[in-house]
Design a binder for this molecule. Structure first.
Ligand SMILES: NC(=O)c1ccc[n+]([C@@H]2O[C@H](COP(=O)([O-])OP(=O)(O)OC[C@H]3O[C@@H](n4cnc5c(N)ncnc54)[C@H](O)[C@@H]3O)[C@@H](O)[C@H]2O)c1
Length: 414
């Protein structure tokens, strides 16, 4: 382990989210991205070169996770592989640590912590055995406008008129970028698992008194619905298969592209609070849209990620190639389009990575650790159970520990 006060970080996975983290790292102090591993050596080398080009560290690609853990220059790992590889990635890290091949200060893991409660518990057990600090990477809690909106709502509104009682969060786009996200078994579900993990944490954080811990809010009941609105229509199922390959067949094995849930919370004084969350892969607008509201007795806060400061107009005579250079999950290259100046900051990655680096360097366990990730998985699985049973469920329902959604088993028909 390096002795200086800089954190040497290694990434597992070299895909979409790793690239976002690397961009964000330009605004992170006291830490360098020194390592990267993913099974495709060419991709790993390419992403390591990208990191070096950003100036975020002398990043090199390693031949294995174990080799990366064994390097004394690596103090912490950011776990950014696909959901179905989470447990095996963590098992390899812990085996390397337990056999004395290397030492780490901390491990941060992307959302969702795991595909179901049993796997998430396994992750918590492994991180305890590793004996290192741990972080659950939920970027949306670090969206600058949400952090400030929460702080001001509580400081100016709640302190005078009383605590907020209702929070809403939605995340919508037109569908993920890689086949495994669309495959229920690999991803763990459909859009509910993929994106509602963000929204449940956003509503929870907005409703939580900033002077109190995360546990001061207790989930009591959950009512949820899921549906396949768009991608199992025959013409869209065909289109999806053309773009994502033969392994994605939404006529036979759909995942939900719409999900909503109402989470009834109770605060530490026993007051009822409501979190409303909705997500979809069936939204066609300019691109990714995050929308949030917080309502209190005499105040309200709203946020919409597409209400950006910048807009670009392109006339019908301009027919450029498709891209994601204006906004994540962009759907058009013509007309009046929103542009986001710095998406890595806007979606929370910069502040998120600063936070976890600071915690790890200070030897402080973040409140947002693997236990928070486990509870998010418990909420999501309860939502799937509620949707499957068509009724409101008390949290935690019997059978949650071993529950696997029908979508993840490939038996859901929409
Ligand atoms: N915070 C967010 O908003 C956000 C956004 C996108 C993805 N994610 C999460 O990040 C993780 C990665 O998603 P992504 O979009 O980068 O996916 P991706 O498919 O773009 O990239 C996945 C990467 O993992 C690598 N990989 C393949 N097999 C592996 C294995 N056995 N072990 C480790 N890595 C392996 C692939 O080579 C690839 O580099 C997922 O858990 C996803 O849910 C979070």
């Amino acid at each position: 382990m390096s002795s200086s006060k800089r954190l040497g970080v290694g990434f597992i996975g070299s895909g979409f989210i790793t690239k976002f983290h690397l961009q964000s790292w330009q605004a992170v102090r006291d830490a360098d991205v020194l390592g990267l591993w993913s099974p495709n050596a060419a991709h790993a080398a390419e992403t390591a070169a990208y990191a070096r080009s950003l100036g975020v560290g002398e990043t090199r690609a390693y031949r294995s996770i174990t080799e990366m853990v064994a390097d004394p220059a690596i103090d912490a790992l950011w776990l950014c592989g696909p959901n179905h590889r989470r447990v095996e990635n963590l098992e390899e890290i812990v085996a390397a640590l337990e056999s004395g091949k290397g030492r780490l200060l901390g491990i941060a893991c992307e959302k969702p912590l795991a595909r179901n409660v049993a796997e998430a518990r396994r992750c918590v057990e492994l991180i305890r055995r590793a004996g290192v600090l741990h972080g659950y990477l939920e970027d949306q809690l670090f969206i600058p406008s949400l952090m400030k909106g929460r702080m001001l709502s509580w400081a100016r509104g709640a302190s005078i008129a009383g605590r907020p009682y209702l929070a809403r969060a939605a995340e919508e786009h037109s569908g993920p970028h890689m086949p495994w996200f669309w495959q229920g078994e690999n991803q763990g579900g459909g859009v509910l698992n993929d994106m509602m993990c963000h929204s449940v944490e956003v509503v929870r954080q907005l409703l939580t008194d900033p002077t109190k811990p995360r546990a001061s809010l207790r989930p009591r009941k959950i009512t949820a619905h899921i549906q396949s609105l768009k991608w199992s229509r025959p013409e869209y199922a065909r289109l999806l298969q053309e773009t994502m390959g033969a392994g994605v067949d939404y006529l036979k094995r759909p995942s939900e592209d719409f999900a909503r849930a109402t989470i009834e919370y109770e605060d530490d004084a026993g007051r009822p609070l409501i979190g409303e969350v909705t997500t979809s892969w069936s939204f066609v607008g300019a691109g990714l849209r995050l929308s949030t509201e917080l309502l209190g007795p005499e105040y309200s806060f709203t946020y919409n990620s597409l209400n950006t400061g910048g807009q670009l107009f392109l006339s019908r005579r301009i027919t450029g190639k498709a891209g994601e250079d204006l906004v994540e999950k962009q759907n058009a290259e013509q007309g009046l389009m929103p542009i986001i100046g710095n998406e890595a900051a806007e979606y929370g990655y910069e502040a998120e990575n600063r936070h976890f680096v600071q915690c790890f360097l200070a030897g402080r366990q973040p409140e947002l650790g693997f236990d928070a990730g486990l509870e998010v998985v418990e909420l999501l699985m309860t939502a799937y159970m509620s949707a499957e049973q068509g009724r409101t469920l008390e949290f935690r329902p019997p059978g949650l520990e071993t529950f696997v959604p029908a979508v993840a088993k490939g038996t859901w028909k929409g």
